[in-house]
Design a protein around this ligand. Structure first.
Ligand code: FAD
Length: 540
């Protein structure tokens, strides 16, 4: 006998949970069905060795919006954001650059390399923050269809223009960020390639691109749009990133949502008038005229719904939606964190603002290094010198490791989902060695301190979380896949071609990252279609 529920959310990633919480807050009784035995998707904390727990996938918190934190009362449900040190970028010659929230400190660090770059930095910081404010408004928007000629599109478009008329005056800036390479964009401001690399580093994170790839400037913006305090807005969460999803789930449950794990959905059922429910892989069926997919659009459309229920244009567009990932992640249980060659000097210079150890590091010492790492991947190989972000949450969060021991997360690129003329089954161990050797280049002896390590490349991320080709953002963040083109033209407003079926994960606007905003925006559109009064709004 199928169960009949108000609304079904397919997937218990953070966006599915946010969407469920808001629907429950507005009187619905949603049922979340998660494939894995843990909720959280790419925001989970799991044991990697006896006594050591790590944020398996996402590892730094910035984007989870304060509005969502406050409205769902996540602090009361256990969310505790911890500070992160200034970012330290070790260089090959034992020198270093520090990137800080404090303009003066960053400026002082840049001045050690280039006086002109240091002088211009405050102006650049203002410019970037002004741009971030513009883009932050857009995060809360529902993308409209610019080709639509019906009354609803007219209302959506005019509402958008009314709310965002100020952007008109800054249109050229927005277009620059969306279309320029990070390198060209930064070269309009800075001269020193080591300084440019500190900022361009963000452009490569989770993206199959290098700093010289057109459009990569936007990815910098995507990474600094968070409103948390800390270097570039990043911080840790006590108990790891899983604490975020646990707190959202606790809020959702309290509001009335039902969350069930070990429920892999095989099919979304479609009838003559729209969606009718879902069926799990083991044949359990649930009926509802309202289904919201936290699972990415590609899997939803091509595997769960099936081509026969979709317009040919949507099938074509979603088939070519780019998800090819080159990101990798290594979670390490260790005796002590990497001892960077530059550390003594940085502490002597008082460059770490009182921290005795940097929690947040970028290994990617200049532009050519970052671009060459991409070049390898472009031609189908893994990077011979990958860029790596080592972070050490146990400096501030002692709940993750036995006393005196540490957890270090290495996130980086590039390790293509698929290699050309080679196979990961033979190459993975070789690449793992390269990753550790790269850390050793800046922190000799680190490998001797490793107790255990969990190494995840794109096929592993795909297999565990279900992200197609392991793409950390549920699809590339490039101009052709943003806003009213995410995930496909004509259906970017959280709705799909099937009545009652919606999308709420990273594959819809504004994309991936642990922000909760796709889940929030989707809930707003669902409630609107149901004709319910809602407290969900656009940018303030
Ligand atoms: C290695 C890595 C590092 C990252 N680092 C950061 C970071 O530091 N900071 C940051 O902000 N972001 C980071 N991200 C990105 C961020 O984690 C994701 O964009 C975000 O978590 C996506 O959330 P979501 O809820 O949209 O989707 P997901 O987390 O992908 O959730 C989808 C859910 O659907 C479930 N599912 C899949 N198939 C089915 C099915 N058939 N039936 C039922 N359920 C199903 C999955 O198990 C999953 O729980 C990282 C991602 C990865 C992979």
């Amino acid at each position: 006998m199928p169960e009949n529920v108000d609304a079904i959310i397919v997937g218990g990633g953070h966006n599915g949970l946010v969407c469920a919480a808001y629907l429950a807050k507005h009187g619905l009784r949603p049922l979340v069905l998660e494939r894995r035995s843990v909720i959280g998707g790419a925001a989970v904390t799991q044991e990697i060795a006896p006594g050591f727990r790590a944020s398996t996938f996402s590892y730094l918190m910035s984007l989870l919006h304060p509005r969502i934190q406050a409205e769902l009362d996540l602090k009361r449900h256990g969310l505790q954001i911890m500070p992160c040190s200034d970012m330290l970028a070790p260089l090959d010659d034992g020198n270093y650059i520090v990137f800080s929230d404090s303009v003066e400190r960053t400026q002082a660090s840049f001045a050690r390399f280039n006086e002109a770059d240091a002088r211009i930095y405050p102006e650049f910081d203002r410019f970037l923050n002004e741009n971030a404010r513009l883009f932050r408004r857009l995060l809360w928007e529902t993308p409209f269809d610019p080709t639509g000629r019906d009354w609803r599109t007219f209302k959506q478009a005019s509402g958008f223009l009314h709310r965002n008329w100020r952007i008109g005056g800054k249109l050229f800036r927005v277009l620059d960020m969306l279309s320029m390479s990070a390198y060209d964009f930064l070269s309009e401001w800075f001269r020193d390639d080591r300084i440019k690399a500190v900022l361009a580093y963000y452009a490569s994170i989770g993206t199959f691109a290098g700093p010289k790839t057109p459009g990569s400037a936007y990815v910098i913006m995507h990474h600094i749009m968070g409103e948390n305090a800390g270097a570039g807005g990043w911080g840790f969460v006590r108990g790891g990133m899983g604490s975020i999803t646990q707190s959202i789930a606790a809020a959702a449950r309290e509001l009335g949502a039902d969350i069930r794990t070990d429920s892999p959905i095989a099919e979304v059922r479609v009838g003559d008038t729209g969606v009718t429910g879902v069926v799990t892989e083991d044949g359990r069926s649930y009926e509802s005229k309202l289904v919201v997919s936290n699972v990415n659009a590609k899997t939803l459309y091509l595997k769960m719904v099936g081509q026969r229920h979709l317009p040919a244009e949507v099938v074509r567009d979603i088939s070519t939606y780019r998800t090819f990932s080159t990101a990798f992640k290594m979670n390490i249980a260790c005796e002590r964190p990497p001892q960077y060659t530059c550390l003594e000097r940085a502490i002597r210079d008082d460059a770490l603002a009182g921290w005795s150890y940097p929690t947040y590091v970028h290994i990617g010492p200049d532009i050519d290094y970052l671009e060459r790492a991409y070049d390898d991947a472009k031609y189908g190989s893994y990077s011979k010198s990958p860029f790596i972000t080592p972070v050490c949450p146990t400096i501030v969060d002692t709940t993750l490791a036995p006393e005196g021991k540490h957890v270090v997360n290495l996130f980086g690129g590039h390790a293509p989902y698929q290699l050309k003329n080679a196979d990961w089954s033979q190459e993975k161990a070789r690449f793992e060695k390269i990753v550790l050797q790269t850390v050793e280049r800046f922190a000799p002896g680190f490998s001797n301190d490793v107790i255990a390590n969990q190494f995840l490349i794109a096929p592993d991320i795909e297999a565990i979380v279900g992200l197609p080709q392991g793409h950390i953002f549920q699809g590339e963040l490039s101009l052709d896949q943003l806003f009213f083109q995410r995930p496909v033209p004509h259906f970017a407003d959280y709705r799909t071609p099937i009545k009652g079926l919606y999308l709420c994960g990273g594959s819809v606007h504004p994309g991936g990252g642990v922000s909760g905003i796709p889940g929030y925006n989707a809930a707003r559109e669902v409630l609107r279609d149901l004709g319910r009064e809602s407290t969900l709004r656009f940018a303030d």
